[in-house]
Write a protein that binds this ligand. Structure first.
Ligand code: GDP
Ligand code: MN
Length: 386
C-alpha cells in the first residue's frame, strides 16, 4: 500500500524525523489559504503515487499568492504519467545547500533490512546505483537489534556526508529505520534528504509503502488507504475481506486460492484474453461469499465475460454453485459466465447449476477449455456458446 508524499511525511513526523510544515488541499482557494498558514515562499506539490513529479512540472516554488494561484491551477487535474492530480501539498519552501538520498527496505535475498545512503540525492536511486555505485552505501541491519546510532553514524561517514551534519544524518537514518520498523513499512525512502544553509537535516520528499497485511496492527493508519487514489472496488473488497486487484482487461476472474487465480490469469492470457481483475475468494468460501465476489467482479463496467475457476478442497463446489445461483437471482448479470467446478462435491455443484439452468452460464470441464471459452465470449464470438 503506497502512501502519498504528505502521508509519508505524517509518519516521519510521528517518529521525530524533521519535515517542513504543510497542508494537503484540493482546490486553488484552499491552496491560497494553506500558503498563508505555512508562510511564503511555498512549494506547490502534486500528490500522486508516482515519482519524478518535479520533472513532470508537478513541483513548483511560489513566492506569492499570484504564483500559488497559477501553479495550483496548473497542477490540479494535471496528468502525471497516467496519474491525475486531485490533491496538492502546500509546504513552506526550504533553502537547500545539499541533497542526499536515504532509504530503508527489506532485502529479501539477504532476509534483512537494508539501509541505503548516498550524497547523490535528488536523482533516482536506479540512476545513483548505475552511475555512481561507489557513492551508495548499503548496510544491512540486524532486525532484532534495530539500527543503532553507531551504525547510522558509520553509514553517514562512509557515505561522505559533510562532517558537521553527520550526526544529523545519522539521527535521520535512525528515525527513518524506526518509521520502517514500527509502522510495518516495506519501503521508507527520502529523496532528497536535504541539508539547509543553516545545517539542518530535513526530509523534503517521502516515499513510504506499508504492508497492507499488517494494517490491522495499525488502526491509526487505516484511513491512509482511504484516499481518492484507491480503486473504489478494491476498497469495497478490502472491507469484505476479499483479495481483489483490479487489472486492465475485460475478463472477470474468480478462483479460490491465490495460486489457482494466478495460473488462471496465465491461462486466460495464453488463450489471448486480458483479465479484468484478480479475485481470490479464499478457502472455504460459502454461498454468501461467492455472491459478494460476483457483485465485486460485475462492479467493474469493463467486464465482458466472467470465468469462475473453482478447485474444491475445503471449498465445496455445491456451496459455490449455490452462491452463484443466489447471485444470479439477485444481480441478474448481463454478461456470460464460464464455470469450471472441480474437486470436493463437484458433481453435486454441476447438478445444481444444470437444474437452475441459469441464462448465459457455460460449464467447462478443464481450465484450458474454460479459458478458451471465456476469451471467445468476451470477444463476442457466438461459436463459443455452442
Ligand atoms: P519528485 O520529483 O517526485 O521526486 O519530487 P520531490 O519532492 O523530490 O521534489 C523534486 C525536487 O524539487 C527536489 O529534488 C528539489 O530539488 C525541489 N524542491 C522540492 N521542495 C523544495 C523546496 O522546498 N525548496 C527548493 N528550493 N526546492 C525544492
Ligand atoms: Mn523526490
Amino acid at each position: 500500500m503506497d502512501l502519498l508524499e504528505y502521508q509519508g511525511k505524517q509518519l516521519f513526523a510521528r517518529h521525530g524525523l524533521a519535515v517542513s510544515p504543510g497542508r494537503a488541499v484540493a482546490t486553488v482557494d484552499e491552496a491560497l489559504a494553506a500558503a498563508d498558514e505555512v508562510g511564503y515562499p511555498v512549494v506547490v506539490k502534486a500528490q500522486v503515487l508516482i515519482g519524478g513529479r518535479g520533472k513532470a512540472g508537478g513541483v513548483k516554488l511560489a513566492a506569492d499568492a499570484d504564483e500559488v494561484r497559477e501553479h495550483a491551477g496548473n497542477i490540479l487535474g494535471m496528468d502525471i504519467r497516467g496519474h491525475t492530480v486531485h490533491t496538492l501539498w502546500i509546504e513552506h519552501a526550504s533553502d537547500i545547500a545539499t541533497e542526499y538520498y536515504a532509504s530503508v527496505l527489506l532485502d529479501r535475498s539477504a532476509k534483512q533490512p537494508l539501509v541505503m545512503f548516498s550524497t547523490e540525492g535528488g536523482v533516482e536511486i536506479e540512476q545513483i546505483a548505475k552511475e555512481t555505485p561507489e557513492r551508495l552505501v548499503r548496510s544491512h541491519v540486524d532486525s532484532l537489534k534495530g539500527l543503532d546510532s553507531e551504525q547510522a553514524l558509520r553509514i553517514a561517514t562512509e557515505g561522505g556526508a559533510e562532517e558537521d551534519v553527520r550526526q544529523g544524518v545519522a539521527d535521520a537514518l535512525v528515525a527513518l529505520y524506526e518509521v520502517w520498523d514500527a509502522e510495518d513499512a516495506t519501503l521508507a525512502e527520502i529523496n532528497p534528504l536535504i541539508v539547509t544553509p543553516d545545517r539542518q537535516v530535513r526530509a523534503l520528499d517521502a516515499k513510504v509503502s506499508l504492508d497492507g497485511n499488517a494494517l490491522y496492527r495499525h488502526p491509526e493508519n487505516q484511513d491512509l488507504s482511504d484516499t481518492a487514489n484507491e480503486d473504489p472496488i478494491e476498497r469495497r473488497a478490502k472491507e469484505q475481506g476479499v483479495q481483489y486487484v483490479k487489472l486492465d482487461g475485460d475478463i472477470g476472474i474468480l478462483g479460490n486460492g491465490a495460486g489457482l487465480v494466478m495460473s488462471t490469469l496465465d491461462v486466460v492470457a495464453r488463450a489471448g484474453g486480458s483479465p479484468a481483475n484478480f479475485l481470490d475468494a479464499g478457502g472455504g468460501s460459502d454461498a454468501e461469499k461467492i455472491k459478494q465476489a460476483v457483485d465485486l467482479i460485475l462492479a467493474n463496467d469493463a467486464v465482458k465475460a466472467v470465468l469462475f475457476n473453482i478447485f474444491g478442497g475445503i471449498t465445496r463446489c455445491d456451496e459455490v454453485a449455490k452462491g452463484l445461483i443466489a447471485a444470479f437471482e439477485e444481480i441478474r448479470p448481463s454478461v456470460p459466465f464460464v464455470v469450471r467446478l472441480d474437486g470436493t462435491n463437484d458433481e453435486a455443484g454441476r447438478a445444481l447449476l444444470a437444474d437452475a439452468a441459469l441464462p448465459n452460464v457455460h460449464p467447462a470441464r478443464t481450465m484450458n477449455e474454460a479459458a478458451e471459452m471465456v476469451v471467445a465470449l468476451a470477444a463476442g464470438r457466438e461459436e463459443a456458446k455452442a
